[in-house]
Each structure stands twice: as structure tokens, then as C-alpha cells.
Design a protein around this ligand. Structure first.
Ligand code: SAM
Length: 280
């Protein structure tokens, strides 16, 4: 293994600190530092950027981010056992790594950071999806972060980046692509992780757009999209029944045939439809 820093190899770190992976914490570690550097590079030039890393574990990705030049890394980790390994990394990069022990779902890291801010994480998938939805639905746009570089189960990555007309297209694709550029940057087989998970993974890179791609009230858009995809096999005139007495006129005015199904409707059309509901 090539050395990206003067720290011990991750396998030794895991043995020294007895960091056997715990299933309950969704621990599937990345031990190849070439790979973690590669993931850090997907996040882009970080030399002027503070990075929030969620779930650093033994610190493979943390080391990648620091070696690739991140200005600062703020890492939030729930597992107390990882603290000595992370402290060792902080010692090797003086003043550049801060570790917070706690639950990323409960911690607001913003007080510690200076924009621009990037978020990078290899998280358990359930926590990752919940955080992604939070990061995509802030009170104001643009959000506090400029990019997200996140590892997901491949199937979730495909749902985030899906295009209309595909099975994977739905709420998550619309939520993500309405206000970001989202792409799958890297696919990884289960063997890239220790222990290997059951399914393949992918790194998704999302860049926040300065403003939404098409105007719409976020709450109205979310409500319509949720209802439309709740019964994704039904025609929209049925799936959206009860939302307005003149529903079919509103659909047509938004450029949507009432007989179309949600998965055929573009983000632009959903936004046009949301605007039809803005006056009540
Ligand atoms: N980033 C490391 C890597 O790539 O090798 C570890 C990845 S492992 C998939 C997920 C990490 O997230 C674990 O270290 C786990 O303890 C941590 N974690 C799980 N739930 C968390 C939460 N709610 N808040 C913060 N960290 C969490």
C-alpha cells in the first residue's frame, strides 16, 4: 500500500484499537488509502474549503481528505472506540482536524465552520438517506454547503440520479436534481469494504445550484410529488384526485397530459404544476 501520510496502515490501526466492525453502527470500513484519496478528489479542490465528514470510523476517508489538502475537516463519529485513532490523525495534521463524538442526526456542526463548506461521508445507508434529505431541504436556498460527496447503496445512488421514464425516477431524484447537479462519480463492489456489505455501493457527487432549476414553492412541490409517486402506476388524474376541482385544467396548463403517470413527468413539468397550486 502506498503511503499518503506517516500514520500506520489502517489494518494496524484497527488491530491496535480493537475496532472490530459493529453491524448496529453500519460499519463497513474503507481500508485502501488510495481509494479514500480518490473519493476525496471527487469532492474537488478542498484547499479553500472546510469539510464536514460524517462517520469517519477509523479514519480512512479522513486521511484521504487531509492528504488531498482539505483546509479543515470536522468529523462527527458516534462510536467512542474510534476516538484514539482519530486523535492520532489530528496529531499528524495539526489544527486541521476536529473530531466531535456524537450522533450526526443530532449535532449542528455549523458553529465550528467557515464557508465554503463541503460534506463528505461514507455512512450507514439509513442515516445517509435521512441526512441527504435534510441537506436537500434546508429553510433557505442556497444551502450552507456547496457540495455533497456521499457513499450510498448503488440502488439509492441510482434513485438520486434517475431520469424521467426510468423505474428509479421518483421523489428522491426530483428532490435532488431540482436544486443540484447530481451524478454517480464512482461505483464500488462489496469487496472494497471491510467487512463487505451485501450490495454494491456508489459515490454520488451533488453540487448545489445557486438557485432552483425551475421556480416552485418547495412545500407545494414536495406535496404534489409525494402524492403523484404514492400511486406511481396510476394516471395523474387519479393519483392527484382531490387536490383541486379543476385538476385536469391545471395539469394541462403545466404541459402534462392527465393520462400520464408520475414517472413520465419531468422536474420542469412538476415545478410548473406546483406553480398552478400556488394560489390555492
Ligand atoms: N468513514 C469510514 C470509512 O469509510 O471507513 C467509516 C464508514 S462506516 C460505513 C460508517 C461510520 O459511521 C461508522 O464509523 C459508524 O460508527 C458511524 N456512524 C453510524 N451512525 C452514525 C451517526 N448517527 N452519527 C455519526 N456517526 C455514525
Amino acid at each position: 500500500m502506498s503511503r499518503i501520510d506517516d500514520l500506520p496502515p489502517l489494518r494496524d490501526v484497527i488491530t491496535t484499537h480493537d475496532l472490530r466492525a459493529r453491524k448496529a453502527l453500519g460499519q463497513n470500513f474503507l481500508l485502501d488509502l488510495n481509494l479514500t484519496s480518490r473519493i476525496a478528489r471527487i469532492a474537488g479542490d478542498l484547499s479553500n474549503t472546510d469539510v464536514i465528514e460524517v462517520g469517519p470510523g477509523p479514519g480512512g476517508l479522513t486521511r484521504g481528505l487531509l492528504a488531498e489538502g482539505a483546509r479543515r475537516v470536522l468529523a462527527i463519529e458516534k462510536d467512542h472506540r474510534c476516538m484514539p485513532a482519530l486523535a492520532q490523525i489530528a496529531g499528524a495534521y495539526p489544527g486541521r482536524l476536529t473530531v466531535i463524538e456524537g450522533d450526526a442526526l443530532e449535532i449542528d456542526p455549523l458553529a465550528h465552520l467557515t464557508p465554503p463548506i463541503a460534506i463528505c461521508a461514507n455512512l450507514p445507508y439509513n442515516v445517509g438517506t435521512e441526512l441527504l434529505i435534510r441537506w436537500l431541504t434546508p429553510k433557505e436556498w442556497p444551502p450552507f454547503w456547496s457540495t455533497l460527496t456521499l457513499m450510498f447503496q448503488k440502488e439509492v445512488a441510482e434513485r438520486i440520479t434517475a431520469q424521467p421514464g426510468s423505474k428509479a425516477y421518483g421523489r428522491l431524484a426530483i428532490l435532488a436534481q431540482w436544486r443540484t447537479d447530481a451524478r454517480i462519480a464512482l461505483s464500488l463492489p462489496p469487496e472494497a469494504f471491510t467487512p463487505p456489505p451485501k450490495v454494491s455501493s456508489a459515490v454520488v457527487h451533488l453540487t448545489a445550484l445557486p438557485e432552483p432549476r425551475f421556480p416552485a414553492d418547495p412545500k407545494i412541490l414536495e406535496r404534489i410529488v409525494a402524492k403523484a409517486f404514492n400511486q406511481r402506476r396510476k394516471m395523474l388524474r387519479a393519483a392527484l384526485k382531490g387536490t383541486a376541482p379543476d385538476l385536469e385544467d391545471r395539469l394541462l396548463a403545466a404541459g402534462i397530459q392527465p393520462t400520464e403517470r408520475a414517472e413520465q413527468v419531468s422536474i420542469e413539468q412538476f415545478c410548473a404544476l406546483a406553480r398552478m397550486f400556488e394560489q390555492g
